[in-house]
Design a protein around this ligand. Structure first.
Ligand code: NDP
Ligand code: BG6
Length: 517
C-alpha cells in the first residue's frame, strides 16, 4: 500500500492535495552517474513511498553506453537498497520500476533526441493523454550546453509549451565556471526555454534547515528587530567537510572550493541570512530580495596586503584517527596543483541593514568535522556590571543555525552559576529537529524533485542570481589563476584550516567559532 496520512512524517500531512504534479516523464541525462545513483533515484523512491509521485509517472535514463531496460532497473534497485533513507518496499518500488526505461544516445547527437521524442510520444499514445517532461541534466557541466541546444532543436523543449504540460529542465551545478560562461549558459537557456521552465538547482536550498531560515527570521518577532548593524557584531558561515576529494579528483581539479561550494551553497546561505523580508513567499519575491542582497556586497580587496580572501590546500594529516594523504597525492590530482580545497572570505554588505557588519564565510574539505552552520554573533553589552573577568566568564550572544548534521538552532546566552556568589558562564539553549520532529525528514533532493515537477521555483536559482554571485567570485578566480600556486596556504588534514584564515578575522578583533552545537 502506498503511504497514508497516518504512516507519514508530520512534514507530509495534508501535502499532496496542494502539491499534485501532472502526469510526468522524468528524463535523467547522466543516468549511470554518481548523483543519479546516490541521490536522484533514492529521492524518487521516497517520493513514491509518500505517495507524492503523480499516478502516471515515467522515468527514462539517458546515457552514452548501451544498457537494457532491465539492467537499468536493477541498477536503480541497488541504489535504493544502498542509499535510500528508508528500506525498500518491493510493492511500491516495482510500480516505479515498471515504468522505467533506458535510452542510449549521445548528448551531442541530434538523432538521439529525435528517438527520445518518439519514445515520449509513444508513452503518451499508450496512456491516451499528455505528460509533462522534466529533463534532469545530471552530467558533467561540459555537456550541459549541447544537451540544452539539442532539447531546443529537437522540439522537446517546446512540447506542450502553452499548457499545463510544458517541458521543464533541471540543471545541476556548477552553473558555469565563471561569469562569462554562466552568462553564455543563460543565453543558451533563454533561446530554448522560458525562465518559468528552468530550474537551476542548488541542493542546499532543499535542506530543511535552509528552508527554515526564512521561517526563523520572519515568523518569529524576537529576532528580526535585532537582525541588523545595531545589534549584530558579525556573521560567520561555515560549510566544513571531513571528507577529501575521494574519486572526484578529476572534477575537483577544474573546480576547487570556490566553484564547488562558495559560489553556490555558501552564497545561498548568505543571501537567505542577510536579505530583506520579501513582500510575499512568491518565488519571484524571494529571488528578487536575494539578488538585491548579492548586488549590495562590495567588491573584495584582492590586493596582496590584507586581502579579503584566503585559499589553501590540505596536507597529509589525521582524520577520525586515520592517516589521510595530502590533496596533491589524491587520485586525479596534479602534483603541482593550484586548486584550493579551502577558501575563506570576508565580505561587506553595503546596505542600510548591514553597513559595517563583517560577514565571514569558509568552506573546505578534510577539515576537523562535517558541519555546516550560520552563526549570528551579537554585540556585547557594555562592560559596566560584569567586567571582572575572574568571576564573569561571558560569551557574545550567538544564534547558531546548524544546517547539518544534527539540524537545529542553538542560542548562546550567559547565565549565573548557582551558588552563594555571583559568577557567570555561557550556556546553550537548543532546539533540535531530531527531538522535535524525529530524524527521518525528507532529503533535499526529494523536495527539489517534487518542486520541479509541480513547477515551484522558490528553491531554485534564477539566471540573474547566479550571475550576481559569479560577478563577485570571478575576479577572485582570475586573480588566483594569474598567481598559480603563489599565495596558496596549507593546512593539516583534520584541522580547522590555515592560520591565514584566522588572520582574516583578527583585524576586526574577531575569531572563528569552533563550529558545531
Ligand atoms: P558523473 O561524473 O558520475 O557523471 C554522470 C554521467 O555523465 C556519467 O555516468 C556518464 O554517463 C556521463 N559522463 C561522464 N563524463 C562525461 C563526459 N566527459 N562527457 C559526457 N558525459 C559524461 O557525475 P555526477 O553524477 O557526480 O554529477 C552529475 C552532476 O551533478 C554534475 O554537474 C555535478 O557537479 C552535480 N552534482 C553532483 C553531486 C554528487 O554528489 N555527485 C552533488 C551535487 C551536484 P554515460 O557514460 O552513461 O553517458
Ligand atoms: C556538492 C559538492 O555540491 O556538495 C561536493 O560538489 C560536496 O563536493 C557536496 O561534498 C556537499 O553536500 P552535502 O549535502 O553533503 O553537504
Amino acid at each position: 500500500m502506498l503511504g497514508t496520512e497516518t504512516q507519514r512524517h508530520p512534514f507530509l500531512q495534508g501535502l499532496s492535495k496542494h502539491r499534485g504534479a501532472p502526469p510526468t516523464a522524468i528524463v535523467i541525462f547522466g543516468a549511470s552517474g554518481d548523483l543519479t545513483s546516490r541521490k536522484l533515484v533514492p529521492a524518487i523512491y521516497n517520493l513514491s513511498v509518500d505517495n507524492l509521485l503523480p499516478p502516471d509517472f515515467f522515468l527514462i535514463g539517458f546515457g552514452r553506453k548501451e544498457m537494457a531496460d532491465e539492467a537499468f532497473r536493477e541498477a536503480m534497485t541497488e541504489s535504493v537498497e544502498t542509499y535510500s533513507r528508508r528500506e525498500l518496499q518491493k510493492d511500491i518500488w516495482e510500480r516505479v520500476c515498471g515504468n522505467a526505461f533506458y535510452h542510449a544516445g549521445g548528448y551531442d547527437q541530434p538523432g538521439s533526441y529525435q528517438v527520445l521524442r518518439e519514445r515520449i510520444e509513444g508513452i503518451e499514445k499508450d496512456l491516451g493523454r499528455e505528460v509533462q517532461t522534466l529533463f534532469y541534466i545530471s552530467t558533467p557541466p561540459s555537456v550541459f550546453q549541447p544537451i540544452l541546444e539539442n532539447l531546443g532543436s529537437s522540439g522537446l523543449a517546446r512540447r506542450h509549451r502553452h499548457s499545463g504540460f510544458a517541458s521543464k529542465v533541471v540543471i545541476e551545478k556548477p552553473f558555469g565556471s565563471d561569469l562569462e560562461s554562466a552568462r553564455e549558459l543563460n543565453r543558451v537557456i533563454t533561446r530554448q526555454f522560458d525562465e518559468r521552465q528552468v530550474f537551476r538547482i542548488d541542493h542546499y536550498l532543499g535542506k530543511e534547515t535552509v528552508q527554515d531560515l526564512l521561517v526563523q527570521r520572519f515568523a518569529n518577532s524576537i529576532f528580526e528587530p535585532l537582525w541588523n548593524r545595531r545589534y549584530v557584531e558579525c556573521v560567520q558561515i561555515t560549510v566544513a567537510e571531513d571528507i577529501g576529494v575521494g574519486s572526484r579528483g578529476g572534477y575537483y581539479e577544474q573546480s576547487g572550493a570556490m566553484r564547488d561550494m562558495i559560489q553556490n551553497h555558501t552564497m545561498q546561505l548568505l543571501s537567505l541570512t542577510a536579505m530583506e523580508p520579501p513582500v510575499s513567499l512568491d518565488p519571484e519575491a524571494i529571488r528578487d530580495e536575494k539578488v538585491k542582497l548579492l548586488k549590495a556586497i562590495q567588491p573584495l580587496n584582492l590586493g596582496e596586503k590584507d586581502a579579503d580572501v584566503v585559499r589553501a590546500q590540505y596536507a597529509e594529516g589525521l582524520v577520525g584517527g586515520k592517516k589521510v594523504p595530502g590533496y596533491t597525492h589524491e587520485d586525479g590530482v596534479a602534483a603541482d596543483s593550484a586548486t584550493e580545497t579551502y577558501a575563506a572570505l570576508r565580505l561587506t554588505i553595503n546596505n542600510w541593514r548591514w553597513s559595517g557588519v563583517p560577514f565571514y564565510m569558509r568552506s573546505g574539505k578534510r577539515l576537523a568535522r562535517r558541519v555546516s552552520e550560520i552563526a549570528v554573533q551579537f554585540k556585547r553589552p557594555p562592560g559596566i556590571l560584569f567586567s571582572d573577568a575572574e568571576r564573569f566568564d561571558l560569551a557574545s550572544n550567538t544564534m547558531v543555525i546548524q544546517i547539518q548534521p544534527d539540524e537545529g538552532t542553538t542560542l548562546l546566552l550567559n547565565s549565573k552559576i548557582p551558588g552563594l556568589e555571583t559568577r557567570t558562564q555561557p550556556v546553550k539553549m537548543h532546539f533540535r529537529y531530531r527531538t522535535t520532529y524525529g530524524s527521518n525528514t525528507p532529503e533535499a533532493y526529494e523536495r527539489l524533485l517534487l518542486d520541479s515537477m509541480v513547477g515551484d521555483s522558490t528553491l531554485f536559482i534564477r539566471g540573474d542570481e547566479t550571475e550576481a554571485s559569479w560577478k563577485l567570485i570571478s575576479p577572485i578566480l582570475e586573480r588566483w589563476e594569474s598567481f598559480g600556486r603563489q599565495g596558496m596556504e596549507s593546512y593539516v588534514a583534520g584541522s580547522w584550516g590555515p592560520l591565514a584564515a584566522e588572520r582574516l578575522l583578527w583585524n576586526n578583533r574577531h575569531e572563528w567559532r569552533r563550529a558545531g552545537p
